[in-house]
Design a protein around this ligand. Sequence first.
Ligand SMILES: NC(=O)c1ccc[n+]([C@@H]2O[C@H](COP(=O)([O-])OP(=O)(O)OC[C@H]3O[C@@H](n4cnc5c(N)ncnc54)[C@H](OP(=O)(O)O)[C@@H]3O)[C@@H](O)[C@H]2O)c1
Length: 245
Amino acid sequence: MGMKQVLILGASSDVAMSLARKYAGEGYDILLAAREPEKLEDDASDLRVRFQSEVTLLSFDVLEISAHDRLVDELPRLPDVVISVIGLMTDQTEAETNAKAAQLMMRSNFEGPSLILARFAEKFRTRGTGTLIGISSVAGERGRRKNYIYGSAKAGFTTFLSGLRSSLHGAGVLVITVIPGLLNARMYKYCENPKFLVASPDEVAYAIFKAQSKGREVIYTYSIWRLIMMIIKFLPEWLFKRLSF
Ligand SMILES: NC(=O)c1ccc[n+]([C@@H]2O[C@H](COP(=O)([O-])OP(=O)(O)OC[C@H]3O[C@@H](n4cnc5c(N)ncnc54)[C@H](OP(=O)(O)O)[C@@H]3O)[C@@H](O)[C@H]2O)c1
């Protein structure tokens, strides 16, 4: 039995790279799957040198459903942990009038990540061990006027993960839903927000590894977002629709 292995989908993101460093530091070998894996050569070399981990780059586009089976079948062995960091947020105003743009956001945040994790879920169920981790968003907790297309797709993903968790109950497989609030990464466009609401990619990676170690199933980063979203979800619709956010 070799080292433990983690497969990170959406590997070009800052959060994915923080996860790669965290898991490598914990003794894992790293599989990085991205649409343009050749762009990650330097990061892979850096991980190999710093952590003596085995790092493998894989080409993967989550929107190509036919590539899902290929990814699963071509892996040298079934990983211990699979994490989807994949997400896409484009301009909401554009997506409101352009069905193709809306569809791209819906498929990238809901359909693709759900279906690829489901493929691994079946393999993990048969093996009787494994951890599946999906990065969703607080945007999925309630439909806001400014990002409800992205948000509703994330809601679908969160619900999918919840169902997957129930379905795998007793099968030895841990399913973790990560719900970031504000995150200081590529999608971040909220520079005006107070620091205590904005987590860094390293902090998110650390929280994810900790959740895995402790067997926690739904985490918010930062955890204050759990309380904020509880309040936001509690607001009656007549009031919520009048609020400008
Ligand atoms: N930033 C925030 O404020 C915030 C808040 C809450 C939740 N989140 C979530 O946190 C995660 C990381 O976000 P981020 O800000 O770091 O954004 P990001 O850098 O854009 O990360 C998204 C990742 O998804 C990948 N991706 C998109 N479409 C793909 C596809 N069809 N196939 C494969 N990979 C695809 C991107 O790869 P490419 O480089 O190939 O495009 C990128 O690596 C996302 O799931 C996001 O929804 C972010």
